[in-house]
Structures are given as C-alpha cells and as structure tokens.
Design a protein around this ligand. Structure first.
Ligand code: WAQ
Ligand code: MG
Length: 273
C-alpha cells in the first residue's frame, strides 16, 4: 500500500487555473506476504491506516496485490534489545557509535544523518560503508523492501515476548520483520531507521552482529522527518541487492531472544549473542 497527500501551497491556491502542480507528500506505506484468506482483512487494515495517519489524511491510496508463486525463504528474526536513552542528542550519538562499531565510516554516518534530517523518503537509501556514496537508482523513491512476512507460530511467539516488555505493537513487529530480512542479505552490513511519524520517536540500528537495537527518543516529538539507510560494502552490485529486498519472498519462521532495556556499554559487549 502506498498513501500520499497533495499539499496545496498558498500560491497554488491563488493560481488555481495555472499549471501549478501541487507537491505530493508521502503519508504511509506498507507491504506484506499473506495467505489469500487474509487479503481482504489486511487491505482494510492498510486503508484504515492511510486514512487515520499521524502524518496526515491520505487523499490517494494505491494498493497492489500480487500472487507469489515462489516459496518464501524462512529466516530467523534478529534478537531484539532496547538501549537506555532519554534525549535525541544522546540517541543520535548512540546510533553513530553503533554504526561505527560495525565498520561504517564517520563520513558515511554523517551523510546518512544529513539525508534523514532533510526530507522524508518513501523508501530506503543504499549507502556505501566507506565513502557514503548513494547507490539506489531512484533517489526520490529509494528502495522499498517488500514480500516479507512472519509465520503464524513465530508471530504468536514474538507477540508473547514483546508483551513482556510492553512493546507488542504492529510498528515494532513490522520493523523487526523488515530489519531481519534486510540484515539476512549478505551484502548489507547494517541499517539505520528513524520513523517519519511525528509521534513515533523510537528508531533503531540493526546488523547481524548487534541484532535489532531499539533507540528511544532518537528524535523529538513532533518531528515529521525520518528515513532508512542500508549500508553496503564499497563496490557491491546494487541490482542483486534490490532484487533481494524488493522481490525475494522471505518469512520469519523463528523468533530470537527479546530483551528489555539495557545500558549502552552492555550492548557493545554483546553478551547475548
Ligand atoms: N522499505 C524501505 N524503506 C522503508 C519501508 C520499506 N518497506 N518502509 C518505510 N521505509 C523508510 C521510509 O523512508 C520511511 O520514511 C522510513 O523508513 C520510516 O518508516 O522498535 O515506523 O514506517 O519501536 O515511519 C522503528 C522503531 C519504527 C520500531 C519504524 O518506520 C520500534 C517506522 P516508518
Ligand atoms: Mg511512517
């Protein structure tokens, strides 16, 4: 699902008869892998999401439903943990340190934060770990991870584990599924995510080594800017990565450890892996 809204600027309103094209802003996107019997229910949920979104009410909703013949690849979810944090300044520092601990250069991290703070994107940027070069062919759209889901039994188990930490909601579930699919890609070293929802201030850094590390208060409340970046090795072929992220069906079949809030020092020691 892709939902957007036309922004009519004061100038556009005055000159209605002229050829001023209103700016279309991204409101919400969602994708998943479901059984046929679930499709109607899921589409209804997506439409409701687009019409009641904190970023604004969508005036255009595009829904694409495709039958997938390829058997989904089953992968485990990343282990989940939340870092103790109470301010956006500290939150950004934590994210930077985690990314650098995974080998992402300072320059690449700087460029990524600049990008995320500038404008909200519909998809993710693909950024090289050393030079911070952007590789995705369509920068306005970015790359949308799609064809991803979770098995019934893993979903039940994940819900139970997230409930213990008071975070059993769709936002966390969907983000963990996405991050698990992304990190399973050999060429992706790490991911940074900041929500573009003005009310949602928790972001995360994810990688094979760190797992899914939630960072509360990574941005201030009311801030509509957010985005995602996938860091890849210098010289990696972009086509194979995009093919995997956008088209390869992947299902979470197994849940990993879900921990509560821990301090930053503890996470760098990685005692839970
Ligand atoms: N593929 C690639 N990029 C995406 C996708 C996707 N399927 N969906 C969203 N994005 C990008 C896009 O640039 C958005 O602006 C940005 O990510 C943020 O998307 O553990 O809600 O849907 O508490 O706002 C993370 C923390 C929440 C969850 C993430 O992201 C937790 C979130 P949003
Ligand atoms: Mg959002």
């Amino acid at each position: 699902m892709r939902a957007s809204k036309k922004l009519i600027t004061p100038m556009g309103r005055r000159r209605r008869s002229s050829l001023v094209t209103p700016k279309e802003i991204h409101i919400s996107g969602a994708e998943g892998l479901y059984r046929e019997s679930e499709v109607v229910k899921v589409v209804k949920k997506y439409i409701e999401r687009a019409l009641n979104h904190p970023r604004g009410k969508a005036d255009k909703i595009v829904i694409t439903i495709e039958e997938i013949r390829e058997k989904p690849k089953k992968i485990p979810a990343l282990p989940l943990v939340t870092i103790e944090n109470s301010s956006p300044i500290e939150g950004e520092k934590i994210a930077r340190k985690l990314l650098q601990s995974e080998g992402i250069s300072k320059m690449a991290v700087n460029k990524t934060f600049e990008l995320i703070k500038k404008d909200s994107m519909r998809g993710a940027a693909i950024i090289t770990v050393e030079k911070g070069k952007r590789l995705e062919p369509n920068r306005k759209r970015g790359v949308r991870v799609s064809r991803l889901g979770i098995s019934k039994s893993a979903s039940k188990q994940l819900s139970a584990r997230l409930t213990r930490h008071g975070i059993n909601n769709e936002t966390v579930m969907e983000a963990l599924i996405l991050a698990s699919k992304v990190s399973f890609c050999n060429n992706v070293i790490a991911e940074l995510c900041v929500s573009d929802d003005p009310n949602y201030t928790t972001g995360y850094v994810a990688s094979k080594g760190l797992g899914y590390v939630r960072i509360p208060h990574i941005k201030s409340k009311g801030n509509r800017r957010g985005g995602r970046a996938f860091f890849v090795k210098e010289g990696t072929g972009i086509r194979g990565i995009i093919e995997y992220l956008e088209r390869r069906p992947v299902i979470i079949g197994e849940v990993s450890l879900c921990r509560g809030i821990i301090s930053f020092d503890e996470i760098l020691n990685r005692p839970y892996i």
